[in-house]
Design a protein around this ligand. Structure first.
Ligand SMILES: Cc1cc2nc3c(=O)[nH]c(=O)nc-3n(C[C@H](O)[C@H](O)[C@H](O)COP(=O)(O)OP(=O)(O)OC[C@H]3O[C@@H](n4cnc5c(N)ncnc54)[C@H](O)[C@@H]3O)c2cc1C
Length: 477
């Protein structure tokens, strides 16, 4: 894939046009320094050897950091009037080049939007602005005995708006499913990109097409979310000599009545390269490791369950007392980060495994041997316990990668391909007419994050787009 193969990307604006934009937004101190523009044009796409060369040269021509919704309106209006592509940015921790501007233009940093507009003590519902750092917002909720339901392992660095627009799930997904499951997002405030921008309020149903749309179909300024009770999570590391027993323990614990926020299984070679929290023993060669975030009242039941599966407790500490890395930074895509820190010629995939994952795991081990190593996460999907996988792959070129992806699909896995730049290819592959319709309503000139929504690039006319905000064409991850 090359950028020139992307259909209908708008031409980058001329230097004169960018100068006019900078002059109009002069009081917002627009950023024009090359090094800063380069930094603000990147995320964590380097995990992918396919995306790395593709996106290396992509740069914003201007960047602005806003602090108020009124400033968002001014930027949106100026971009719409001058026809400048507008790419939204939270903390820039996305993995698919999600906030990389493919055709220059302006990058809008929204991390300055930080008001907690409301907290309902009865329901726990919040309305929070998009720029909140997740850990900071969770800190505010903790004062009321509440917590965010879901968080990426980048909890300490990622923004709320970036998580909803770019993330999928993570810690808490064992209890609450994925971000796009109904009930996890209750509403959005969205600024449109038009000469006279509108600030629109969307209910849960109308918000769904903007959830995980990479900021292509509206600028999220505030989000209405449910919260859950705060729990004093305990971090546990368990060791297993036998992979089959470790897998049975992962599935058994995930399906138990214990209150668990995350269960991760790392195959022995993966565990050996992880930077374990202070006090936790390093991993020995052949030991598979299960990482648990468990409620205090689950600890009593654990020892009996564990010995039945042939596991042993290696380390335990409350999350609040974490020294060094917390355990949640050894799971989800942090595992990939730590592994690649030592093995930069490896990459990864993201899968939802079939209900019985064992045939797939066996077939892939037979074909790929230890060039493919397993990192599994237990999740709840549509009410059922399933296994997500972020396997690590020794990269042997695009042909081998395509073979592996094809094989995963043939063996019944859903592949969320992290080597693609569009919303569709990073998701289930198909165009979601409701996402495209939301773009038509909120970004009629197609300026938001150009090139990332394939359905828009291919033209709404051919799609029989349903412009009703409650479109049932919406498809869940
Ligand atoms: C080490 C590591 C671990 C990770 N673990 C997880 C994980 O556990 N679960 C998970 O889901 N993801 C994970 N990710 C991916 C990423 O961290 C999450 O998607 C994160 O939530 C992104 O937040 P951000 O603020 O960095 O967003 P950014 O990267 O800045 O943006 C992400 C996308 O959202 C858009 N966007 C940002 N703000 C807005 C806004 N206000 N309105 C509209 N669009 C907006 C951007 O244009 C972009 O398309 C991980 C990434 C890394 C590098």
């Amino acid at each position: 894939m090359t950028l020139s193969q992307l259909p209908d990307l708008p031409a980058p604006p001329s230097p004169q046009c960018i100068a006019a934009l900078a002059a109009e937004l002069a009081d917002l101190a627009p950023i024009q320094a090359a090094a800063e523009l380069e930094r603000l044009s990147k995320d964590f796409y380097a995990y992918s050897p396919v995306l790395s060369p593709l996106l290396a040269e992509c740069r914003a021509q201007l960047a602005v950091k806003v602090r108020t919704v009124e400033q968002v309106r001014r930027v949106a209006s100026a971009c719409a009037r001058l026809g400048v592509p507008l790419t939204l940015r939270g903390a820039g921790t996305g993995n698919y080049g999600q906030c990389v501007p493919l055709q220059g233009g302006l990058v809008l940093d929204l991390t300055g939007l930080k008001q907690l507009r409301s907290f309902d003590p009865d329901s726990g519902e919040i309305v929070a602005e998009a720029g909140w750092l997740l850990a900071d917002l969770d800190g505010q909720l903790a004062l009321h005995g509440r917590a965010l339901r879901l968080a990426p392992s980048t909890y300490r660095t990622a923004s709320l708006g970036g998580f909803i627009a770019g993330g999928a799930g993570g810690i808490g997904s064992l209890r609450w499913g994925f971000l796009r499951d109904p009930g996890n997002l209750l509403g959005l405030e969205v600024m449109t990109v038009e000469p006279e921008p509108r600030l629109v309020q969307l209910d849960a149903s109308a918000s769904a097409p903007l959830n995980h749309a990479y900021g292509t179909n509206g600028i999220l300024t505030a989000l209405r979310l449910p919260t859950c009770e705060a729990v004093a999570w305990q971090q546990l590391v368990l060791g297993f000599d036998d992979w089959t027993q470790a897998l049975a323990a992962l599935q058994g614990l995930a399906a138990s009545a214990l209150l668990l926020n995350n269960v991760t299984l790392l195959e022995a070679p993966v565990a050996t390269l992880m930077p374990w929290p202070l006090g936790c023993p390093s991993a020995a060669g052949a030991e598979h490791r299960l990482l648990l975030l468990a409620a205090p009242d689950s600890l009593e039941a654990n020892p009996q369950l564990l010995s039945a599966w042939g596991g042993r407790l290696l380390w335990q500490e409350s999350q609040a007392a974490s020294r060094g890395l917390p355990l949640r930074e050894l799971c989800w895509n942090h595992t990939t980060l730590h592994w690649r820190g030592q093995q930069p010629d490896w990459t990864y995939l993201q899968l939802l495994l079939p209900h019985d994952p064992r045939p797939l795991l066996a077939a892939l081990r037979q074909r790929w041997g230890h060039e493919l190593l397993w990192h599994l996460e237990a999740v709840r999907q549509h009410g059922e316990v399933r296994l997500s996988a972020l396997p690590l792959l020794h990269y042997a070129g695009p042909t081998a990668l395509a073979e592996l992806i094809g094989q995963c699909r043939d063996l019944g896995a859903l592949v969320f391909d992290p080597h693609q730049i569009t919303v569709e290819e990073g998701g289930l592959g198909g165009i979601d007419p409701a996402q495209v319709a939301a773009k038509a309503r909120h970004d009629p000139a197609g300026l938001l994050n150009p090139g990332k929504l394939r359905g828009w690039q291919q033209g709404t006319a051919n799609l029989n787009v349903n412009r009703n905000p409650d479109s049932s064409g919406y498809r869940r991850l």
